[in-house]
Design a protein around this ligand. Structure first.
Ligand SMILES: NC(=O)c1ccc[n+]([C@@H]2O[C@H](COP(=O)([O-])OP(=O)(O)OC[C@H]3O[C@@H](n4cnc5c(N)ncnc54)[C@H](O)[C@@H]3O)[C@@H](O)[C@H]2O)c1
Length: 441
């Protein structure tokens, strides 16, 4: 009966969707439902974000204000900090952060707090979907018990599912709606309802239960983390052997099967790949299993900024220069190209290492004009991007490419630089004699 009612509402586009957390994941997801003429209420604890969204302004570089403006204007999207409005929605999708705690343990406080905020307004027939990345067992062991403190039980009274997010911010080829979405629930009705709603905006892939869906997401990110570590290790070896790792990857990926390209860099960044694998490491301890691959990959990836520093010292040594007192310009603070997301960016540990070696460091990043206060930003807090000025760039002893934003004039940059240390192969299209100034890390 409850199932049938919600199913009919979904099919008639009359179910109201609540999104908890209007960040990189929740915002585009909510707007995608609005495009299909579902009314969406976005909930966030950050009043400033809510205010901006209601003023039709984006606060995320790759999400256009026009998209938000159109959806607010059409009446399909609204954002609020008033959680009492949860009582008016039919479906609640939780998209809150899942960071790591101080000792690399999962920080479940956001999921717990979101679940506690839902509990007083939970009503019969609602569907709650957890979307935040977490270890297998989270939906059953964290979300469900908190929601059931309401006195309602799943699946008799309310429906519960887990559907991981695969968003790749800034990826123009695979936007929210082009990425298939895995959906797991412990009972067929919850699963079918979650599949039904997601099917309205993308291809939904059902799996047998919540913990399988949770494991799918963690597996995908572990796969990425380990392969990036592998290619980072190969980069260091090939560098010594005088082999260009990027040329190797380009050629290797012509193999039509059995090889998938991953690219080296100055270290891992972003809200997912450096963090999520350690959610499994933590959970695996409960079962007495070590996660050696994950730990090793973490070790290699975390050490990459130190490798970049080491390569810089090697190059300076060849030139009878010292880092002490030298002027260093870092290109890029964002964790990957063309986004303004700097969470866990390797630019921050690299900056600390350079400062520790007594270098004077500036940065240029058109997406991160100023480094705000955040746990990872350390002594870079408050530092501002310098302007793009090739004449000024010529004054630096070295320019280190940390993020290969696409629209930069790399040809001009290399021409005016004294020395370029490229960690991303951002200079791949630079031609002419000035290429001699480029070295890699
Ligand atoms: N960013 C990505 O590329 C990406 C990709 C795949 C999966 N994920 C996962 O998706 C989840 C969300 O990530 P994100 O990047 O969107 O995070 P985010 O920090 O960009 O957004 C989260 C939002 O949740 C809000 N919030 C925090 N607590 C809340 C609460 N109790 N109620 C309502 N709102 C609350 C925050 O103010 C913030 O606006 C995480 O688990 C992350 O691992 C992220």
């Amino acid at each position: 009966m409850l199932y049938q009612k919600l199913k009919e509402k979904i099919e008639a586009h009359q179910s109201i969707i609540g999104i908890m957390g209007l960040g990189y994941v929740g915002l585009p997801l909510g707007l995608s439902f609005c495009e299909e003429k579902y009314h969406v209420v976005g909930f966030d604890i950050d009043a400033e974000k809510v205010q901006k969204l209601m003023a039709k302004q984006s606060y995320i570089a790759h999400i256009p204000s026009k998209w938000i403006g159109d959806m607010v204007q059409s009446g399909y999207f609204k954002a609020t900090t008033d959680f009492a409005q949860l009582a008016n929605v039919d479906i609640i999708i939780i998209c809150v952060p899942t960071p790591l705690g101080f000792h690399h343990e999962p920080d479940m406080s956001y999921i717990e707090s979101a679940s506690h905020k839902i509990r007083p307004y939970l009503k019969k027939g609602q569907l709650v979907i957890l979307e935040s990345t977490s270890y297998p067992g989270t939906t059953d062991e964290v979300t469900k018990p908190i929601l059931e403190q309401s006195g309602l039980k799943t699946p008799q009274d309310f429906f519960l599912a887990f559907s991981p997010e695969r968003e790749d911010p800034g990826n123009k080829e695979f936007t929210t709606r082009k990425i298939p979405k895995v959906v797991g629930a412990n009972d067929p009705e919850s699963r079918d309802l979650a599949v039904s709603i997601f099917s309205k905006i993308l291809k939904a892939i059902p799996v047998s239960n919540s913990k399988t869906a949770e494991a799918v997401k963690i597996t995908e990110n572990i796969f990425r983390c380990i392969n990036i570590a592998l290619v980072n290790e190969l980069k260091m070896i090939y560098q010594k052997m005088g082999i260009d790792v990027w040329e190797v990857i380009e050629a290797a990926k012509t193999k039509p099967f059995g090889f998938m390209p991953f690219y080296p860099g100055p270290g891992l960044g972003g809200h997912c790949i450096p963090i999520d694998p350690f959610y499994l490491t933590w959970k695996a301890k409960e079962f007495g299993y070590p996660t050696r691959f994950i730990e090793l990959a973490g070790e290699i990836n975390t050490d990459m900024p130190r490798y970049v520093l080491h390569r810089l010292m090697e190059e300076f040594n060849l030139r009878k220069q010292s880092l002490n007192g030298s002027k260093v310009l870092m290109i890029g603070v964002a964790y990957k190209r063309d986004v303004d997301d700097f969470r866990e960016s390797p630019a921050f540990p690299l900056y600390e290492l350079l400062i520790g070696a007594k270098a004077q460091v500036d940065y240029y990043d058109p997406f991160v004009l100023e480094v705000p206060q955040a746990h990872e930003t350390g002594s870079m807090i408050g530092k501002k991007s310098i302007a793009w000025d090739l004449k000024k760039f010529a004054e630096y002893d070295v320019i280190v490419i940390v993020t290969d934003h696409t629209k930069l004039d790399y040809q001009g940059l290399v021409q005016s630089a004294k020395l370029v240390l490229d960690t991303r192969n951002g200079t791949r299209n630079v031609v002419g004699d000035c290429r001699k100034k480029i070295t890699f890390a």
